[in-house]
Design a protein around this ligand. Structure first.
Ligand code: NCD
Length: 319
């Protein structure tokens, strides 16, 4: 594996081995000797994190993942304003420059869809791996990896699961990347539930059609209680107001009213099901249900660091 730009190239075999490694890493954290073992893995590797869009989890968990593996890391958190991008530098030029500083990996979050692919084209000329940490409304493949790991580890597998994805599916790049990964597993059923203005885009629906995935889109008029009752996984997302232009305030109001999960909605969910969210949440999941064992979103965020460690191991091992 050289770059992680999209989630499509991951096969079930690759995911299985990544998850085994993630389990091993989690085990190492349970004793001080294990932690030391991890720290000794990549002392001569390093990572640059270039973030042109806000981030908390992705940036910090990647940086901590590197630190726990003994890597040196350099992170910029507001590259849109505090790098030469503000002066008009292209992502290509920035990549030519930073790849020359000999990083092993560049983790990139950018506001333009396609930026990670453009960066990877330049990084190809150097021995540098690019990881897409979110490219505008495009994809967020490492989030999808940790999302699938969460399902795998909390529910003992992914095959045959019914996944309800709700919220802003038009702008949610995590839901897009997750749909691609879920389509690799057997007998997975996907149910989409979103306002008519924020439905999953056609490229994903076409991909699911091509791969014979059983899904129902947001226009099928099934009510939320009905969908919640059958789901093994409820994957909820926030309204991405920053990606909508005019009318965002009105949409936000409707969204808050009809697309929120609280005690009542949780009441419809099966005993052995999980409620996930890529975070940050705004108001679409009420904090009053945080203590319920089905609320998996903070555990999900924590697995993120372990999955990213396993991914960094994979990317750095032959460098
Ligand atoms: C997501 C993102 O940036 O796409 N956050 C994350 O990385 N966990 C989701 C979001 O911003 O809503």
């Amino acid at each position: 594996m050289r770059h992680v730009v999209y989630s499509q190239p991951f096969t079930v075999g690759a995911l299985t081995s990544l998850f085994q490694n993630t389990d091993w890493i989690r085990q190492q954290f349970r004793d001080p000797e294990g932690k030391k073992r991890l720290r000794n893995l990549f002392p001569d590797k390093n990572m640059i994190l270039l973030f042109y869009e806000p981030s908390t989890r992705t940036r910090i968990s990647f940086q901590m993942a590197g630190i726990h593996l003994g890597m040196s890391t350099y992170a910029t958190e507001n590259a849109k304003e505090f790098s030469s991008a503000i002066k008009g530098e292209t992502i290509e030029d920035t990549m030519h420059v930073v790849c020359g500083y000999e990083p092993s990996v560049v983790v990139l979050r950018h506001y333009q869809e396609g930026a990670a692919e453009r960066a990877a084209k330049i990084a190809e000329q150097y021995n540098v791996s690019i990881v897409n940490a979110g490219d505008g409304g495009g994809q967020h493949p490492t989030q999808a990896l940790l999302d699938v790991y969460t399902i795998h580890t909390e529910l003992g597998g992914v095959n045959g699961k019914i996944v309800l994805m709700g919220g802003d599916l038009k702008n949610g790049r995590t839901a897009r990347s997750l749909a691609y990964l879920l389509s690799k597993f057997e007998r997975v059923k996907i149910r989409f539930f979103s306002p008519p203005e924020l439905t999953m885009k056609d490229d994903i629906l076409e991909h699911l059609d091509e791969h014979g995935v059983d899904y129902s889109d947001s226009t099928n008029h099934r009510g939320l209680p009905d969908l919640l009752q059958e789901a093994d996984v409820v994957y909820w997302t926030r309204f991405q107001k920053e990606r909508e232009g005019n009318g965002a305030d009105e949409l936000a109001r409707q969204f808050a009213e009809k697309y929120s999960i609280g005690r009542e909605e949780l009441g419809f969910m099966k005993e052995k099901s999980i409620l996930m969210h890529p975070l940050p949440r705004v108001k679409e999941i009420s904090p009053e249900i945080d203590e319920d064992p089905r609320s998996a979103y903070f555990r999900q965020a924590h697995y993120g660091m372990h999955v990213r460690m396993a991914l960094l191991q994979e990317l750095c091992k032959d460098k």
